[in-house]
Design a protein. Structure first.
Length: 574
């Protein structure tokens, strides 16, 4: 049984599962240096993704589209083979809480000259299903709570188990976008018109707040205004809660909240204001989760899955894990909409099979494309031991290996790697990536050594929790220590088959240090490099390692033949 899941709107992607195994998930932003959050506005992209994996439209048994904005149903305006078409889909949130996996069935999916039927499931339910089916809980047949907190919804708590999903409660009345909107009212991303906002700000604020500290007087302001604008029984708050299906109205009210906050916080440092708002939401989240669990004592499970865009907030994830409320917390590498195509496909499977575990790998993104070596670069075979010596000489390297990772974080498949021993390396990497000085650079570390260096240092393969660098290591690896002493750690098993694990082992053998700096390999504001040529043309790093070949910048201008292998240096990548 082959099921193709499709996410048409921002973070567009095409995923295919076959007999319970994820075959691929191709995110549009990871094609051809596309912009971040790229949507699919042309259905030909679905045909292309299938063809690249040796499949045609006729080889797929079922197509599924992730739902989107709308109270009753969603609508998509797209093209197919040059012609405009309109598709309908499920809404953002389930219409029938007692039957969250009830599908919206339709026809009109125009692919390769065929008009096909398709199913659609609510966007929020795709989040629940993608998180649970990829979790260790599903694999063990255990139930789990699932928290979904997305951009324009209040956080929602579900209970997932092999036989199905149920909504526990809609929690406190704060939309996920509030975090980003805060950044457009205070600090370095403040805008004259905060209603024109940037999706990428939320992640940057997680770094910026390390410059400040939460202040109780600021927290009190946010708390008082929260009651007045959102949670209390004022006309303002009641009106806000009655508009839960109107994203524009919700965003307007959140902007009003921060306008009122700004008028009372004019004398406060913006870094303290934003740090305080972060802590305010963190306390609200943990406090409301505590109350919810106390009211749901009939559920024995103390597992938690986290999904939705807010699942990328590593500090909130860590606070939930440290709260003692849960025995285990799972966050997939794609808690945001980059996992929605996978979730849509898993929803269709769940209708027939229940919430069965998915066999999957995080390295299921696009393959590296072959291309010509740009002028001014040369290629030669390079072993991982040789590459480790280059890194030990304090030279950064663009590292491209195998298939791209899923989700927004570079995890060794499309990374820039560098030694962490120089305090200047973080500044250098931020400079070439056009990032602010306060942005952190993450460490990628062999899993069995992580607890020596970080607290807690527990396995964190997808860089989704906070870790504190142990004092004795801070001077040894300054490039990956954030301003508050934390690190956005990624761990990888020593016995992993991925090339980045083998490289770390070579680097450890050479230097005694089992980690490297790791940041994403991409143009500013774009998805990962699709091939080595893009990394060379970007040109900010002088070494590009691509599946066994090292491309090095030279003064030469001759263009090598298209492609090179590790044995002949004539075709690449392998």
């Amino acid at each position: 049984m082959r099921i193709c899941g499709i996410k048409l709107t921002h973070d567009g992607a095409v995923a295919l599962i076959e007999d319970g195994k994820l075959i691929f998930c191709i995110e549009q932003e990871k094609r051809n240096n596309n912009p971040r959050y790229q949507a699919i506005d042309n259905l030909d992209a679905i045909v292309q993704a299938l063809n690249e994996h040796g499949l045609s439209v006729g080889d797929v048994d079922q197509f599924v589209i992730d739902g989107w904005d709308g109270e009753l149903e969603s609508e998509f305006q797209v093209f197919s083979e040059g012609l405009p078409i309109t598709l309908s889909g499920a809404p953002y949130v389930e219409r029938w809480p007692e039957s969250p996996l009830k599908s919206h069935d339709s026809s009109g999916l125009a692919l390769s000259g065929s008009i096909l039927p398709y199913k659609s499931f609510p966007h929020v339910i795709s989040h629940v299903v993608s998180a649970y089916c990829t979790s260790p809980f599903a694999k063990a047949g255990e139930p789990s709570f699932c928290l979904v907190w997305d951009g324009c919804i209040f956080p929602r708590l579900y209970y997932a188990e092999p036989k199905g999903i149920r909504l526990i409660k809609c929690m406190f009345p704060m939309i996920g976008h509030a975090y980003a909107v805060a950044g457009h009212h205070f600090g370095p991303y403040r805008k004259a018109d905060p209603r024109s906002w940037d999706l990428g700000v939320a992640g940057k604020l997680m770094a910026y707040i390390a410059l400040g500290a939460a202040q109780e007087n600021i927290l009190n302001v946010f708390r008082e205004l929260y009651e007045e604008h959102f949670a209390g029984e004022t006309l303002l708050a009641v009106g806000y809660r009655e508009n839960i299906h109107n994203a524009d109205a919700l965003l307007a009210r959140v902007n009003d909240y921060f306008d009122a906050s700004a008028s009372r916080l004019q004398c406060e440092k913006p870094q303290d204001v934003l740090a305080s708002f972060h802590v305010f939401l963190e306390r609200l989240l943990v406090g409301e989760m505590t109350i919810a669990l106390q009211m749901q004592s009939q559920f024995e499970s103390r597992n938690l899955c986290v999904a939705g865009g807010c699942g990328l907030n590593i500090k909130w994830n860590s606070a939930l894990r440290a709260s003692g409320l849960f025995e285990s917390v799972w966050v997939p590498p794609f808690p945001n909409d980059s996992g929605s195509a996978i979730g849509a496909a898993c929803c269709a499977r769940a209708v027939e099979r229940g919430l069965a575990p998915l066999d999957w790998s995080v390295y299921s993104g696009p393959k590296l494309k072959s291309s010509a070596i740009p002028p001014g670069w040369k290629a030669a075979p390079c072993t991982l031991a040789e590459l480790a010596r280059i890194l030990a000489s304090n030279e950064p390297v663009v590292f491209l290996a195998g298939r791209a990772e899923l989700g927004p974080r570079a995890l060794g498949g499309r990374s820039i790697l560098a030694a962490a021993t120089s305090p200047q390396m973080k500044d250098h990497l931020n400079e070439v990536k056009f990032r602010e000085h306060f942005r952190p650079v993450a460490p990628i570390c062999l899993e069995d050594r992580a607890q020596d260096i970080f607290d807690p240092g527990t396995p964190d393969p997808y860089m989704l929790f906070d870790h504190t660098t142990r004092p004795k290591w801070r001077e040894r690896i300054p490039a990956v220590v954030h301003l508050d002493g934390t690190a956005r750690l990624q761990t990888i098993a020593r016995n992993s088959e991925h090339e980045v694990s083998k490289l770390l082992a070579e680097y450890e053998s050479l230097t005694g240090i089992p980690l490297l700096c790791n940041t994403s390999a991409n143009y500013h504001g774009r998805g990962f490099f699709p091939d080595a040529a893009a990394a060379c043309e970007w040109g900010q790093i002088g070494h590009v390692w691509c599946d066994g070949l090292l491309l090095t910048r030279t003064s030469e201008t001759d263009v090598s033949p298209v492609g090179c292998t590790a044995s002949s240096a004539s075709t690449w990548p392998r």
